[in-house]
Structure formats: structure tokens, C-alpha cells
Design a binder for this molecule. Structure first.
Ligand code: CU
Length: 97
């Protein structure tokens, strides 16, 4: 029992530097809709640990319209999202081949 606690504590310690070095890993999603004019993208996304969001389909704002270039519905993407108040802004977007 004690040994198990120790292992858990050690595992937590070792995972901390990893989290600190990479606080927001890329999330995965599938493009549902792209709206270049409105600078918005609809994604069916997996869990986004960095903002504590479960999987769902939702609309994101994008930081700059260039991020949407060559991106179309049906494609799988990896992306980075930043929360600003109640806005969720995609700051990085990559189509997965
Ligand atoms: Cu969401």
C-alpha cells in the first residue's frame, strides 16, 4: 500500500516537468465547416486538455485567416487553441495527411 503511494507520487513528480515544457499539446479534430470571411472554423474535436474541454463539435475563431488556407471540410487536423474569456481561438492549425 505504502509502496503504491510512493510510486504514484513519483509518477506525478516526473510528469510535472513534461507538462511545464509543453503546456498546450496539439489537439485533434475533423473539419466540419470553414468560413474564411468570418475567420471561423467548425471542428468536431477530441478532448482539449489545455482548456479543459471534452470532445464535441463547435465553432472556433481563428487568429488569422491564413490559418484556413487549403483547409476544407472532412479533413483531419491538429490544432492549438487559446481561451480568451469565453472565446476559443485557434492559433495553430495543421491538416494531417
Ligand atoms: Cu469544444
Amino acid at each position: 500500500m505504502k509502496k503504491q503511494l510512493m510510486i504514484t507520487a513519483l509518477a506525478a513528480l516526473f510528469s510535472l516537468p513534461l507538462l511545464a515544457a509543453d503546456p498546450a499539446p496539439l489537439s485533434q479534430g475533423e473539419v466540419r465547416k470553414v468560413d474564411v470571411a468570418a475567420q471561423k472554423i467548425t471542428l468536431r474535436h477530441g478532448p482539449i486538455a489545455s482548456v479543459g474541454m471534452p470532445p464535441m463539435t463547435m465553432v472556433f475563431e481563428v487568429e488569422k485567416p491564413e490559418l484556413l488556407e487549403g483547409v476544407s471540410a472532412g479533413e483531419k487536423v491538429s490544432f492549438q487553441v487559446q481561451q480568451q474569456g469565453n472565446r476559443y481561438i485557434v492559433t495553430e492549425l495543421h491538416v494531417m495527411k
